[in-house]
Design a protein around this ligand. Structure first.
Ligand SMILES: *[C@@H]1O[C@H](CO)[C@@H](O)[C@H](O)[C@H]1NC(C)=O
Length: 138
């Protein structure tokens, strides 16, 4: 569970299936995933495998993480974090705006590469109180 990849795809799966997510956002996320599957050559199977702890080092999976982060607007084209977009999307999912702000401030950190930035940010979100409280069965 410490792999950022597992955490990321777990997050994706949860966002994609979570009952408290607005339908519009859910559909948008699934659409972005499909675009990334096509662009990167990743697949739903690959994501599902990663969820089970397999294929974690697959470069296509890593590329998928980065692709999705850019498409959803968490990272811009240059790989810089867009804090306001991250907050906006998370607030569509979580009710506690103050907590979202706190988590984003502590999690959204620029790393050496855009890929690392995306992975470490998702990893941190996943370990945050927001996600643990919502998804305590992980
Ligand atoms: C973040 O993304 C939003 C929506 O695309 C955009 O309007 C805004 O200018 C971006 N902010 C930065 C700092 O890039």
């Amino acid at each position: 569970m410490n792999s950022p990849i597992v955490i990321f795809v777990g997050l994706l799966a949860l966002i994609g299936t979570g009952e408290c997510i607005p339908d519009e956002l859910k559909a948008h996320i699934m659409e972005l995933q499909k675009i990334c599957f096509a662009e990167v050559g990743s697949s739903e199977e690959l994501v599902m495998k990663a969820l089970k702890g397999e294929s974690l080092d697959d470069p296509k999976l890593k590329a998928h993480v980065l692709c999705f982060s850019k498409k959803i607007g968490f990272l811009d084209a240059e790989g810089n974090l867009n804090i306001s977009t991250i907050k906006e999307k998370l607030k569509m999912v979580f009710e506690d705006d103050k907590k979202v702000d706190e988590v984003v401030v502590s999690c959204a950190k620029t790393e050496a590469t855009p890929e690392d930035t995306a992975l470490s940010t998702f990893k941190c979100f996943h370990g945050s109180s927001l996600f643990i409280e919502r998804y305590d069965y992980i």
